[in-house]
Write a protein that binds this ligand. Structure first.
Ligand code: ZN
Length: 256
């Protein structure tokens, strides 16, 4: 009896998630109106450096990301002023539920349900409800030389992004934020998860050039700039990044 009830409840939850996912996706990538993204800065540690950094960020901190998406969208025939609009909120004092570094599929699923609920409860700024909530956790590089994996859930329209509280890393932070943002819109990773090497052809900015290496740009979901068949470098800013054709079609950008 209990077993059946538990299975029934689990099935209901899965159905709910599946339906939500379907409507979220269809709704968010029709590009009839700009997408509204709310970005919540969160200090990931107690460092004074982090605290100062997130408090000093200006409202225009993510302008580069907006401009990047506007330019890339034009390449795919979407003539819209700032198709993706980011609003920065004041720093948030609570942190999202943590995800274990080596969580299995079920733990990730359960975490994503908790996360959905948590994200839903966080207040949005006044005005129309945001399409996507991005929680940006800032780490002091002196304390955390590397940060946990960022997650942009394709199901749920929120992302948890880990970046560095360091103005010298602003460019690479923007690349990470843009990458996770596209995950929330249904874009998939285009690199080898074991080696971080971009996958050819979809993870390459210029998959057809000859010679193929070294490439000069990164494809946003490929993540890195391939310099040889086995090596790649991290883009320093979005100026070294493009949105490739496969990624564009995944997020609903098509030649019109
Ligand atoms: Zn990714």
């Amino acid at each position: 009896m209990w077993r059946r009830l538990r299975i029934a409840i689990l099935l209901l939850i899965l159905l709910f998630v599946a339906l939500n996912t379907y409507f979220d996706r269809v709704y968010s990538t029709d590009w009839d109106t700009p997408l509204r993204i709310v970005a919540y800065p969160i200090a990931a540690d107690d460092s004074e450096v982090t605290d100062r950094y997130i408090r000093q960020q200006s409202a225009t901190a993510f302008q580069h990301i907006e401009t990047f998406f506007e330019q890339e969208a034009k390449e795919y025939g979407l003539q819209m002023e700032r198709p993706i609009r980011l609003t920065l909120t004041p720093p948030l004092s609570q942190s999202p539920p943590p995800l274990e570094p080596r969580a299995g599929r079920l733990s990730v699923l359960l975490w994503s349900l908790r996360m959905r609920y948590w994200a839903w409860r966080v207040d949005a700024p006044a005005g129309p409800a945001p399409d996507i909530k991005l929680f940006i956790l800032y780490h002091d590089p002196a304390i955390s030389p590397s940060v946990p994996h960022s997650v942009g859930l394709q199901k749920g329209l929120f992302g948890v992004v880990h970046v560095f509280a360091d103005s010298g890393m602003r460019g690479s932070n923007e690349t990470v934020i843009a990458h996770e943002l596209l995950h929330t819109l249904g874009a998939t990773d285009k690199y080898d998860l074991r080696t971080n090497q971009p996958a050819h052809p979809d993870g390459f900015a210029e998959p057809d050039i000859d010679p193929l290496y070294p490439q000069s740009f990164a494809e946003l979901m490929g993540g890195r700039i391939p310099t040889s068949a086995t090596e790649s470098t991290t883009p320093e800013s979005l100026q070294q990044v493009i949105v490739g054709a496969k990624t564009a079609s995944e997020i609903g950008w098509k030649k019109r």
